[in-house]
Design a protein around this ligand. Structure first.
Ligand code: TEU
Ligand code: CA
Length: 560
């Protein structure tokens, strides 16, 4: 296994709008990030993944870029950016930027020209089609509801947008467009950044016939995903990107790939593929999805979570590499999603962190996860900001597919704004995030849950994450050891081993608020055991043959 820094790193994701506001306008900014660089150093992370800070009208909070080489006014200036990059590098922290090139903003100069006329030289930098029988060219549904095709009166054609109509898809079939993207990527790498997280990168190659998708019961639009996920030329494009850009620098890359399987992930991340280092898969995040996607908010089973995680651990064990995450700016807070954000918030947050960070792959920590921030429950839909949530609320309630109460309950459980309420720094007003009025309200529990309180409590979730990160640095078995699941049918305990040569680790996690007996499966040979980390105080010399696991208890043993 070729040992490389990006396999041995821990990444911290910053959603700049909600991280730290330095000028009192209620919006997080780059100077605010720089002011918190020592905090990140203290946590011990190696890389920052910075969600987009580029010029944008913020239809999708920066995932709709109108200039790839300019900083959004809300966030500051390019000088602020250079200062932040330098502050990170001075502390040995690398910076991974968010590359959003499946689509741009409709306010990007390229699109303005492309839309201006059918024979504009940039017309085919985007995907334009005439209508079919007076309707959209195909029946696909957009991620933010409605058709993926928006009609343009001026040129009597439709353009494709898999997300909002202000996010027109770029046409990757066009070599001139691809060349322009590579030029922009090189420009950022020449500035000294250390890599990219690539937004829905497995969507950039489409089936250019745009065939209709299957229409589910009661739905108006069809499922186009078989025709835009992992498309026909995706590996050709990524190998070209690697040749033209990535191979020239010592980068870290991760491709966000909704719908990817472990088998396909080997093609994206295999060491001889010359494409990407790793991908973000979504199978564990989709547990509980139903006919209305995540808004169905069905219950999930631990055995299903174990199946999914094991498929990915084993699938990429020989070649390829896993990313490891529970949270990001699109997902609910893991302590609310898979843990217990009430009486066992601290124990379950630590247990979930243990379960993930002891696996094989590069762990990603989302801002606030390290202090156990929870989901939020705003009283009114008017307090929410996320386009995906607002569009879904409008469509599902207006079409009586869900009641307002059902929709609010689903937003509480699965909405993206759960991750976007401001970082809670202290118990002052607005959690110390801003001295102004925050662009979205702070979670009301900021007085109990905040960084200042965590730093003053040796038993806090923060210091537990710090220990996990340190453990990874000290134990090659955590990075490179093989994973083997134990007790696969147990609905309470998630247990597995990691093996690297003679070294063997045993990880035991109780995912429930009920105590439960762990019995070491036969066949696990050992002479002695050394406790590496646990979220409860454990008496010396306790046997590991059978353990009464407390609510949400986690333990990691080194077996000798
Ligand atoms: O998300 C891709 C994506 O699939 C999202 O629709 C996400 O899975 C979904 O919102 C979860 O419910 C990326 C970015 O992470 C997201 O913030 C952007 O809105 C989207 O692409 C478009 O750029
Ligand atoms: Ca600000």
């Amino acid at each position: 296994m070729n040992q490389t820094w990006w396999k041995e790193s821990v990444v911290y994701q910053i959603y700049p709008r909600s991280f730290m506001d330095s000028n009192g306008d209620g919006i997080g900014d780059i100077k605010g990030i720089t002011s918190r660089m020592d905090y990140l150093k203290e946590l011990g992370i190696d890389v920052i993944w910075l969600s987009p800070v580029f010029k944008s009208p913020n239809d999708d909070n920066g995932y709709d870029i109108s200039d790839y080489q300019k900083i959004m006014d809300d966030f500051g200036t390019m000088e602020d950016f250079d200062e932040m990059l330098d502050a990170a590098h001075q502390r040995g922290i690398k910076l991974m930027m968010d590359l959003v090139v499946n689509h741009s903003s409709d306010e990007h100069q390229w699109f303005i020209e492309s839309k201006s006329s059918k024979d504009n030289e940039k017309r085919d930098w985007y995907i334009w089609k005439p209508g079919k029988d007076g309707k959209e060219p195909s029946n696909w549904e957009a991620a933010f509801k409605g058709s993926v095709w928006e009609y343009d009166e001026g040129t009597d054609e439709y353009y494709l947008h898999l997300f909002s109509k202000k996010q027109p898809d770029l046409n990757w079939e066009n070599p001139r467009l691809r060349k322009e993207i590579y030029k922009m990527m090189n420009w950022w790498l020449e500035k000294g950044i250390d890599g990219f997280r690539m937004d829905v990168i497995n969507f950039i190659s489409k089936d250019t016939d745009y065939p209709d998708g299957k229409v589910a019961e009661g739905k108006k639009y069809g499922d186009g995903s078989p025709y835009f996920m992992n498309g026909p030329r995706i590996h050709e494009f990524l190998q070209e990107m690697n040749k033209e850009v990535l191979s020239k620098y010592d980068t870290i890359t991760v491709g966000e790939a909704p719908g990817v399987t472990p088998e396909e992930a080997k093609l994206y991340t295999g060491s001889d593929r010359n494409e990407l280092h790793m991908v973000f898969q979504f199978e564990h995040m989709g547990l509980g999805d139903g006919p209305e996607g995540k808004w169905s908010n069905l219950s999930w089973k631990l055995t299903d979570l174990k199946k999914v995680m094991t498929r990915w651990q084993k699938g990429l064990e020989e070649d390829g590499w896993n990313s490891l995450y529970w949270n990001n700016h699109d997902q609910p807070r893991v302590v609310s999603r898979f843990g217990n954000d009430k009486e066992y918030r601290v124990e379950s947050a630590k247990m979930l962190a243990t379960c993930l960070h002891m696996m094989q792959g590069t762990p990603y920590i989302y801002q606030g996860e390290e202090i156990g921030m929870t989901n939020v429950q705003f009283d009114s839909i008017d307090q929410y900001r996320d386009i995906e949530t607002l569009n879904a609320f409008k469509e599902l309630t207006s079409e009586n597919r869900m009641s307002e109460e059902e929709m609010m309950a689903s937003i509480y459980a699965r909405g993206r704004d759960n991750a976007r309420t401001p970082m809670q720094w202290n118990a002052e007003e607005h959690g110390g995030f801003t001295e102004g009025t925050p662009w979205i309200e702070v979670n009301p529990n900021y007085k109990e849950i905040n960084v200042e309180k965590a730093l003053g409590d040796q038993e806090s979730i923060f210091y537990y994450y710090q220990k996990l990160i340190k453990l990874r640095k000290e134990n090659k078995a955590i990075v490179y050891g093989n994973y083997d699941l134990l007790l696969e049918d147990d609905e309470q305990i998630y247990a597995y081993t990691r093996t690297l040569g003679e070294e063997k680790l045993l990880i035991i996690c109780n995912f429930t608020k009920d105590s439960t007996l762990f019995t070491l499966p036969s066949g696990i040979e050992y002479n002695s055991s050394e406790l590496l980390i646990s979220n409860y105080a454990i008496g010396e010399g306790t046997s590991i043959d059978s353990i009464e696991m407390k609510p949400f208890e986690a333990r990691v043993y080194k077996l000798n």
